[in-house]
Write a protein that binds this ligand. Structure first.
Ligand SMILES: *[C@@H]1O[C@H](CO)[C@@H](O)[C@H](O)[C@H]1NC(C)=O
Ligand SMILES: *[C@@H]1O[C@H](CO)[C@@H](O)[C@H](O)[C@H]1NC(C)=O
Ligand SMILES: *[C@@H]1O[C@H](CO)[C@@H](O)[C@H](O)[C@H]1NC(C)=O
Ligand SMILES: *[C@@H]1O[C@H](CO)[C@@H](O)[C@H](O)[C@H]1NC(C)=O
Ligand SMILES: *[C@@H]1O[C@H](CO)[C@@H](O)[C@H](O)[C@H]1NC(C)=O
Ligand SMILES: *[C@@H]1O[C@H](CO)[C@@H](O)[C@H](O)[C@H]1NC(C)=O
Ligand SMILES: [Fe+2]
Length: 460
């Protein structure tokens, strides 16, 4: 690898301005979905399935548990206890709200969402769903209380779908054993690429991710494949399956929509945005973000992280410039408030940007190009979960100066926050063993330690 990269550097000297295009390109192969029957229901009568959890409040002492039961609404309870309490003597119950929806000729089963509140920080809990021979047990660990030097590790996965490659991505992430919470940057099941948006694919996806999502929170962000707009079959309500199945604690951050919200988790303040909802001035999303950013307390949560689906900096021919309008609206705030990292998906490849900004633009002077900016975020495109649509293997030739590293592979990323100044970031391509990283860099916090970073793939 190093040898190849060195050759590449010698050949391209003077052509690029520091950016690296990896010579590794995943073999373009058809991405076939795993058949539905390979995602069987769990055994037992009316057994809860598709279990997924997410943070349930602003600060991390609540969890939203979601699951589906096929036959009946009952039981609507989640029972939980501290894992240290081996016999489960102090069991507590929380009741779920149950919903169903119809999509064309599909009728959902019973979808339950229960919020467990007033949990202790940094504590492992067991929880139980269902009854009789359909009873199932899971567990989760609450995050430590927010604080400037609290270590915490996030996994970053995007555009996952349900193919063999998707399974590789998720297995690989789980095998690392490092991730404590998944930041999921959108495009879940890809049900919408099937005739009539075959919503059974939402069910199989829920079963597929359960091995991770039942045990650690996934922070959900909506992508274009969550829109499920199909007026030709009478389906005009945007995000209908997604909003029924994946609940988020948006009210806790004074948001008016589940499509944009924020949470504090350990030493990170995470802002989730919607690329497919209005964001221009006066819109609800714009107003919410405007009041949210000044609230971020970098003494409490030094790391300011933004999730969105469509990347603002992308040098792939796929989805080129689709994030441009949101960039024009929000980028000046990202720089003003010193956002550390922006994670996006959508493009089925991997790319990491330099710290650049392009906020000089005004139409009278025509000044508009990305410049190095120590207050700017690094933009990471991690749309490489490996879904049915295949790899985005067509990068724009002559890598633009804003692009630091790019590679046409599937994989996932890990962000290991160490303290208020340092976070170790790695990206792992599916082909390598977990110990190998295709890209790695020590990120320095923009508020506490705004030093320039160098990565394993910086060849200057
Ligand atoms: C599970 O319970 C249901 C209803 O209580 C019963 O009909 C079924 O036979 C049981 N299945 C097994 C494998 O015990
Ligand atoms: C829904 O309609 C399509 C097309 O008519 C059909 O192929 C499919 O089997 C139907 N599904 C259900 C659940 O009825
Ligand atoms: C996913 O991969 C794991 C590990 O290789 C394997 O055990 C499992 O059966 C796969 N899941 C599916 C649905 O193919
Ligand atoms: C920010 O958080 C710190 C540490 O928790 C706290 O002492 C301080 O009062 C907070 N600042 C504001 C403006 O709330
Ligand atoms: C437009 O850009 C020019 C050159 O950078 C600057 O002098 C001017 O103040 C800008 N105008 C506005 C309205 O931002
Ligand atoms: C923060 O973490 C980095 C990496 O582990 C370490 O080198 C540095 O000394 C730490 N800073 C403090 C103040 O502990
Ligand atoms: Fe997408």
């Amino acid at each position: 690898m190093w040898f190849l990269l060195t050759i590449l550097l010698l050949l391209s000297n003077g052509l690029t301005e520091g950016g690296v295009t990896s010579t590794y390109v995943r073999k373009a192969a058809p991405s076939v979905e795993i058949p539905k029957e390979c995602f069987p229901r769990p055994p037992g009568y009316n057994a809860p399935e598709q279990v997924h959890i997410t943070q349930g409040d602003y600060t991390g002492t609540s969890i939203i548990v979601s699951w589906v039961t096929p036959l009946k609404e009952q039981p609507k309870l989640v029972t939980y206890w501290e894992a240290d309490d081996k016999k489960g003597i102090t069991r507590v119950r929380a009741r779920s709200r149950t919903t169903t929806y119809r999509y064309y000729n599909y009728s959902s089963e019973y979808i339950h969402h229960a919020t467990i509140r007033r949990l202790k920080y940094n504590t492992k809990y067991m929880y139980e769903l269902g009854k009789g021979n359909g009873t199932r047990q899971f567990w989760f660990t609450t995050p430590p209380e927010s604080g400037p030097d609290v270590p915490y590790t996030f996994g970053i996965i995007g555009d996952l779908g349900q193919t063999q490659a998707s399974n590789q991505t998720l297995e690989h992430y789980l095998a690392s054993g490092k991730g404590q919470t998944v930041l999921f940057v959108g495009d879940f099941s890809y049900a919408d690429v099937h005739p009539f948006h075959d919503n059974e694919k939402w069910d199989t996806f829920g079963r597929f991710i359960e091995k991770s999502s039942a045990y650690e929170p996934w922070i959900y962000c909506a992508g274009n494949h969550e829109l499920d707009l199909a007026p030709e079959i009478g389906e005009q309500v945007l995000f209908k399956p997604y909003k029924h199945r994946y609940h988020v604690p948006f009210r806790a951050s004074q948001s008016t929509s589940p499509l944009w919200y924020s949470i504090k988790r350990a030493s990170a303040h995470i802002i989730v945005l919607s690329s497919y909802s209005a964001y221009a001035i006066y819109t609800p999303q714009y107003r919410w973000l405007k009041q949210e950013l000044p609230k971020v307390n970098r003494s409490e949560t030094p790391w300011l992280i933004v999730l969105m689906h469509s990347p603002m900096y992308n040098s792939n021919n796929y989805h080129y410039m689709e994030g441009e309008t949101m960039r024009v609206v929000f980028e000046p705030w990202f720089v003003k408030y010193k956002v550390d990292l922006v994670f996006a998906g959508h493009v089925h490849s991997y790319e990491r940007s330099e710290r650049v900004s392009n906020i000089q633009y005004n139409i009278t002077e025509g000044v508009s190009c990305p410049v190095k900016d120590p207050s700017a975020p690094v933009y990471l495109t991690v749309g490489d979960g490996g879904n049915i649509e295949g790899i985005a293997d067509s990068f724009i030739e002559h890598q633009p100066s804003y692009s630091a590293f790019r590679e046409a592979s599937f994989g996932h990323a890990l962000l290991e926050i160490k303290n208020r100044t340092h976070a170790f970031y790695t990206w792992h391509r599916n082909q390598d063993s977990m110990a190998v990283s295709g890209d790695s860099i020590w990120f320095y916090n923009r508020y506490w330690f705004p030093k320039e970073e160098t990565s394993s793939n910086t060849l200057t």
